[in-house]
Design a protein around this ligand. Structure first.
Ligand code: 3HC
Ligand code: NAI
Length: 646
């Protein structure tokens, strides 16, 4: 079947695109649209053209799978010019998303109308590139410089309702998009046509605008190059004429397309899309989830309940006594109050989501739950008691999950009737925000239950990754190696703040020591103490030395750094230097680059061990864990990608 078909509604031609799954602009589609312009220009019975797409979305962009290959004509910028130069006006009728090259095609059209709920955007910076078919040149001419800078440098799409007042779309419609677009085209023919976008003037911003933007973007980007290069293109679009700006944009696009950052971001793009539907579970049918339960309403349980309710599920929260139920519900209320306060949610939506969660001390309320997630204290006895109750009360086919971080899920599940429905679902804190979900089956877990974990991940908008059983699963195991390696550098005489600065320069929001001070050093300490008490040989860490004198992080006024009261700024600590002096041998002189390479190398080595043991199924899963759970810079592609041999 052809990817482009043409139908007639009287004097209006309707060009329909059908290139599943997302109508990406592969060569066949570009050629189809190119030919359609020629055919319709030559047809005297046609006065205007509606461009519409079948399937779930308008054209979602260039075909990213073509990026590694030599470009084949017709090239996208030429196609956009060709549509703009058509003898008949084209109207883009947008549903789903008009993204990247898709929105650039829409800007080649004389008009854009969008279905309510559709969105438009230029997400190219998220792929390490800039728009390459006039996005940086036409957008400021269409919507002004400020809107263009926001759209292009953030990469975030905007919904039709917001796009209309910005001028990005001409009308927002409801109902049948095709007939609305045809009526729009007919009405447009009654009035003088607006000039094509390339001929519209662009107003220069006030003095200092570019410098301010550059500073803000540089700060946000933390080493990512595309947003700043996109800003340079936008500036050129305002300061040079159309064709010079186009040439500048094209050169930037082609240069970045073959950059290391773009390769890394493409790797993450495809890994993320593959994550939700692993091929080894293709034959497994997930179980339906209509009612969820959470046991434990502390930090994690409350966050998990919010995530479930946000996805539209009714949630029963079970706590150990009335007071704890109230505390759990108030933890959840605080999350929603915060969202309302920050303008992220309307009070009505927050109230509706809160009302979906009911709290109780009575396990009987879980009798009909399809899924129950346990998030009680990290103690094997407490967890086993909880699963004892769940085994007694829940339906035999209900999926029962533990959120344990370090305990062996096999021990938690011991004695549980129908152990094939048991699984680890390891959320990250805050559970309603963090995208990563580690899915940890035990040997008995049925494939349908693993598939249910993945389906839940998709439902909650998470990135699900399957992990095997070992201490810390994938993420916390690598974190342990990372921290131990950072401590090893300190022992060699590298300054604590030099290590943190090096990892920030690499692209992390925080270095390993600052991050521990924020989260608290005591949790990992207690875990090590527990292992020591159980007879394991766990070497004394530098962190242990600090915790033993009460330095547990920001909450105690000091950890690896000192903090002034009420201030989160870390100050290198002479007390810490003294405490650790006997442990430091030498004065290693490493550059920031050497420090980062050494620590990322250690992460990747642990990742390789994890892979060889079968704890992770593929290297890209390890990259996703680090990016979505531990702040690894996305544009570096994750530790496995960043250290691959090219
Ligand atoms: N090229 C090739 N394949 C693409 C694609 C693209 N631009 N966008 C999505 N796909 C593929 C995905 O890999 C996935 O394939 P799979 O089924 O084999 O795993 C399939 O389409 C469906 O994608 P999603 O799972 O993401 O589908 P959703 O319905 O959840 O989301 C979407 C749809 C919002 C369109 C989302 O796919 C998306 O954001 N796509 C990327 C859009 C983008 O970045 N466009 C800019 C491209 S660069 C460009 O246009 C350069 C130009 O300026 C020259
Ligand atoms: P928390 O101490 O904040 O909350 C635990 C809650 O469980 C408390 O509200 C407590 O009243 C409740 N509880 C205890 N026994 C109970 C019982 N028998 N029945 C019902 N409720 C009971 O602990 P947190 O941080 O939420 O951790 C919970 C689990 O999540 C642990 O297994 C932890 O390892 C894991 N986890 C924690 C992360 C974190 O960053 N805090 C991250 C990922 C997992």
């Amino acid at each position: 079947m052809s990817v482009v078909t043409i139908a007639r509604e009287g004097e209006i031609a309707v060009v329909a695109v059908n290139n599943p799954p997302v109508n990406a602009l592969g060569q066949m589609l570009r050629q189809g649209l190119w030919d359609a312009v020629g055919a319709l220009d030559a047809d005297p019975s046609v006065r205007a053209v509606v461009l519409i797409c079948e399937g779930r979305t308008f054209i979602a962009g260039a075909d990213v799978t073509e990026f590694g290959k030599p470009p084949v004509p017709p090239h996208l910028p030429d196609l956009v010019d060709c549509i703009e130069g058509a003898a008949k006006p084209w109207v883009a009728a947008i549903h789903g998303s008009a993204l990247g090259g898709g929105f650039e095609i829409a800007m080649g059209c004389r008009f854009r109308i969008a279905l309510d709920g559709a969105s438009v955007g230029l997400p190219e910076v998220g792929l390490g590139i800039v728009p390459g078919a006039s996005g940086t040149v036409r957008t400021p001419r269409l919507a002004g410089v400020e809107a263009a800078v926001e759209l292009v440098t953030s990469g975030k799409p905007v919904k039709a309702a917001k796009a209309a007042p910005l001028g990005l779309v001409d009308a927002v419609v409801t109902g049948d998009l095709r007939s609305e677009a045809i009526s729009f085209a007919r009405a447009a023919l009654e009035r003088p046509l607006p000039p094509p976008i390339s001929r519209r003037p662009v107003e220069a911003p006030e003095p200092g605008f570019w410098e301010r933007q550059e500073k803000a973007i540089w700060k946000r980007a933390r080493g990512e190059i595309a947003p700043l290069r996109a800003l340079a293109c936008l500036r050129k679009a305002v300061e040079a004429d159309f064709s010079d700006a186009m040439a500048f944009e094209r050169a930037t696009f082609l240069e970045l397309r073959s950059s290391e950052q773009a390769a890394a971001l493409r790797h993450v793009f495809f890994a993320e899309r593959a994550a939700g539907r692993p091929s080894h579970l293709a034959a497994a049918e997930p179980l339906p989830i209509r009612l969820a339960g959470v046991v434990g309403g502390g930090t994690m349980g409350a966050g998990i309940a919010v995530a479930l309710s946000d996805a539209g599920l009714p949630v029963v929260l079970v706590e150990r006594d009335g007071e704890a139920v109230e505390k759990g519900l108030s933890n959840i209320r605080n999350v929603y109050d915060g969202a309302v306060k920050r303008g992220r949610m309307t009070p009505d939506t927050a109230a509706e989501r809160l009302s979906r969660v009911t709290g109780t001390t009575d396990y009987a309320a879980l009798a009909d739950a399809d899924l129950v997630i346990e998030a009680v204290f990290e103690e094997i006895g407490v967890k086993r008691a909880v699963f004892g109750e769940l085994g007694r009360i829940c339906r035999p086919d209900a999926v029962l999950a533990t959120n344990t971080s370090y305990l062996d899920p096999r021990l938690i599940a011991e004695g549980l009737p129908n152990p094939e429905r048991f699984i680890g679902l390891h959320f990250f804190s805050p559970a309603n925000v963090m995208k990563l979900l580690e899915i940890v089956p035990v040997p008995e877990t049925a494939p349908a239950v693993v598939a249910t974990g993945f389906a839940l991940g998709r439902m909650l908008g998470k990135i699900p990754v399957q992990a095997g059983i070992c201490e810390g699963f994938i993420g916390n195991r690598i974190l342990k190696r990372y921290r131990a390696s950072a401590e090893a550098l300190v022992r060699q005489g590298v300054a604590i703040d030099a290590i943190d600065a090096a990892m920030r320069a690499y692209g992390f929001a925080m270095g390993p020591f600052e991050a521990q001070d924020l989260g608290g050093l005591d949790i990992a300490f207690l875990q090590r103490e527990g292992a020591r008490a159980a007879g394991q040989d766990v070497a004394e860490t530098l962190g242990d030395i600090l915790v033993r004198v009460g330095r547990k992080g920001q909450k105690t006024g000091g950890g690896w750094y000192d903090y002034a009261a009420g201030d989160r700024t870390p100050h290198p600590s002479t007390a810490v230097a003294e405490l650790l002096s006997s442990q430091i041998n030498g004065k290693a002189d490493l550059s920031a680059k050497e420090i980062a390479e050494s620590l990322v190398g250690e992460m990747a080595e642990e990742g390789a061990a994890i892979l060889s043991e079968g704890v992770a199924r593929q290297a890209s899963d390890i990259d996703l864990v680090e990016i979505h759970g531990y702040g690894f810079p996305r544009w570096r592609g994750g530790p496995m990608f960043a250290t691959r041999s090219k």
